[in-house]
Design a protein around this ligand. Structure first.
Ligand SMILES: [Zn+2]
Ligand SMILES: [Zn+2]
Length: 214
């Protein structure tokens, strides 16, 4: 028989190992918890740290959660006012005032963990900022242009939307920008033809979807 690992007398979290139970696998030990309870625990659970108390540690945390007084404390944009009920695991539910003038309800657990930080206005603000940023980032033909801009670009050489003079060919180029993509509508020696081509392009590519007209 090989040398068996002896855990008796060793401490694992709040457990102290008292004796071994039988001689069958998996090996199990009688452990006494600091709170006075005894439990039978597998050696593997002791050694890998999954079992560190009889459960009193978890109960202690839960009772702490119950008794936390958060009134007047700030969580992001929220300030806790008073308890209005119980949540799962006996955590209290608080009503809170938001900086925006709104109100929110959240459990002690969610507040302490930082899961709730506003009445919802924080997310709305973040979404709006992200949207504005994505509009600013929208580029057409390598040039940053605000979305839905109806302005004729200052470097537009024709004075007509989507028509510019192509120096290389000596002709007028018609083009259209759709959803950030540049679409070439062709070169024309007569500016009127280029303007007509752009008009046709607007109809073809469906005007409501035109992001930019440069
Ligand atoms: Zn215990
Ligand atoms: Zn708010």
């Amino acid at each position: 028989m090989g040398k068996r690992m002896d855990l008796i007398g060793q401490r694992f979290g709040r457990y102290v190992v008292i004796s071994e139970v039988g001689c069958h696998l998996p090996r199990r030990f009688v452990c006494r918890c600091d709170c006075g309870e005894t439990r039978i625990v597998r050696m593997s659970s002791l050694r890998n740290g999954t079992s560190r108390s009889c459960g009193c540690l978890r109960a202690k945390r839960a009772s702490e959660l119950r008794t936390y007084d958060l009134s007047g404390q700030r969580f992001g944009r929220l300030v806790a006012k008073r308890i209005i009920g119980k949540a799962a695991k006996n955590s209290n539910v608080w009503i809170l005032d938001c900086d925006c003038g709104g109100q929110a309800q959240a459990s002690t657990h969610n507040l302490i963990q930082g899961h709730v930080r506003s009445c919802g206005c924080l997310k709305k603000d973040t979404d709006r900022i992200n949207l504005e940023q994505s509009m600013l980032d929208k580029t057409v033909d390598g040039v940053r242009v605000p979305l839905l801009s109806q302005k004729i670009r200052s470097d537009n050489s024709s004075g007509h939307k989507g028509v510019s003079f192509d120096k290389r060919s000596g002709k007028w180029r018609a083009y259209i920008g759709i959803k950030g993509k540049f679409i070439d509508l062709g070169l024309y020696s007569d500016i009127a033809d280029a303007v007509a081509a752009r008009k046709a392009g607007e109809e073809k590519y469906h005007a409501p979807y035109i992001d930019t007209e440069t």
